[in-house]
Design a protein around this ligand. Structure first.
Ligand SMILES: [Zn+2]
Ligand SMILES: [Zn+2]
Length: 167
């Protein structure tokens, strides 16, 4: 799994209101939870508040999502606003998940970025508007031509508004 780790101890020790910008320019990697990115780019501004670092910025990335019909990977570029707060010292808020800066002054962005990416990932994408999917008998990718099986077209596919699902 890719470690997105940034040293921020200078900001942790700075007065309230101090700022710092992290420039992200990361290559391909695995963020866990089946989130594979081709790249991660953007800038995240960190502001020191009294007990937290407040992070905000815009991140661009590209992931691969299996086509809902034929399972071929579909390239899906996205851009999203990143906002997160990182506590400066361990706190225990029952029932609340939060991120914290490590005691030696590191900020880990892997999990919060993964969450933002998952929130921005559509549940269903198609590789092309009229993807023919896989043969239910032999698994052949019908976009590459017919197989030997004799199939009736699946009636569910004819009623789905495929143009709207394709993004
Ligand atoms: Zn497809
Ligand atoms: Zn077949």
């Amino acid at each position: 799994m890719k470690m997105l780790r940034y040293q921020v101890s200078g900001l942790v020790g700075a007065p309230i209101g101090s700022r710092m910008v992290l420039s992200l320019d990361e290559g391909p990697g695995d963020l866990g939870d089946q989130v594979q990115v081709d790249y991660l780019k953007g800038e995240i501004e960190l502001v020191r508040s009294d007990c937290r670092l407040l992070a905000s910025g815009v991140i661009s990335t590209q992931i691969r999502i299996p086509c809902a019909r034929c399972l071929e990977p579909v390239l899906f570029p996205m851009s999203f606003e990143f906002e997160e707060a990182f506590h400066l010292s361990p706190v225990d808020i029952p029932g609340e998940a939060f991120y914290a800066v490590t005691h030696d002054g590191y900020l880990f962005l892997t999990a919060p970025l993964r969450e933002h990416i998952l929130l921005n990932t559509p549940l269903r994408v198609l590789c092309r508007p009229g993807c023919r999917g896989l043969c239910p008998e032999c698994g052949h990718n019908l976009n590459e031509g017919k197989c030997e099986c004799i199939n009736e077209p699946d009636p569910r596919w004819t009623v789905l508004p495929s143009a709207q699902l394709f993004k």
